[in-house]
Design a protein around this ligand. Structure first.
Ligand code: HEC
Ligand code: HEC
Length: 190
């Protein structure tokens, strides 16, 4: 009977040890699975190596998956670099939204602020030497000209994209109107 406290303390120690062990085990479990996940993910991109055999026939248009079978994970192409040259590119047709000749990193466009308009609003054009948005950007859908930018034209990047060095995904034989018109007299003469 004199050993009763000793037994109680021993039992308590065992219970505490088990509880601590359980807690530690639980904590370390997600950590170890978190480590193993990226390993599994890192192994994935090797899969498309076999995809090279599965290239589509030349008459097949598969620009987005680039011939990688639907069940396989495609390794994404290298991201294109934004060209920050300040040089305008020719527009392919009159109503094309011009491409943006400068980088737009961190230019915020949301409900409260529109960074693009800081420079491109009519009121600020002289200060920043940026071309002001054209009158179409002030027109509502009934072609009424508003005093401020039209909600239809508020989110600039919906239509305007930065210039990049990206290669075309598919070939294109589009001719702009100037090219078509310069070909006309030749056709008429025939
Ligand atoms: C710091 C001022 C500034 C800001 C902010 C800015 N721009 Fe510009 N933008 C310019 C200037 C200046 C030009 C004239 C060309 C050049 O110098 O890069 C220009 C040119 C352009 C052009 C070419 C116009 C044409 O006729 O070819 C487009 C399109 C354009 N910007 C869109 C945008 C969009 C969209 C945003 C927001 C994501 C934006 N800009 C933010 C200053 C600015
Ligand atoms: C719905 C599509 C659309 C949206 C949104 C839009 N634009 Fe445009 N933008 C165009 C088109 C199309 C043109 C060329 C024809 C024209 O001027 O309307 C253009 C032309 C321009 C030009 C050249 C103007 C000129 O006179 O050469 C600038 C600069 C420009 N946009 C800036 C902006 C900015 C800044 C925003 C955001 C506040 C914006 N755009 C939003 C379609 C859009």
């Amino acid at each position: 009977m004199r050993d009763k406290p000793v037994v109680a303390i021993a039992l308590l120690a065992i219970v505490v040890a088990v509880a601590v062990g359980y807690a530690v085990g639980r904590k370390s479990a997600p950590a170890s699975s978190a480590v193993s996940e990226p390993v599994a993910a890192a192994q994935k991109p090797t899969a498309p190596a076999s995809a090279t055999e599965a290239r589509p026939a030349s008459n097949q248009i598969d620009a987005i998956r680039r011939g990688v079978p639907i069940a396989e994970e495609a390794s994404p192409p290298v991201m294109a670099h934004v060209e920050n040259t300040d040089i305008k590119r020719v527009r392919a047709y009159p109503m094309q939204p011009p491409t943006i000749p400068h980088s737009i990193d961190n230019y915020q466009i949301d409900k409260n602020s529109n960074r693009c308009l800081l420079c491109h609003a009519r009121a600020n054009a002289d200060r920043f030497q940026a071309p002001p948005v054209s009158v179409t950007h002030y027109m509502d859908r009934d072609e009424q000209i508003l005093a401020t930018i039209s909600p239809r034209r508020y989110f600039c990047t919906q239509c305007h994209v930065t210039q990049t060095d990206a290669k075309p995904l598919v070939a294109n034989n589009f001719k702009d109107i100037d090219t078509v018109m310069s070909e006309q007299p030749v056709q008429k003469a025939n």
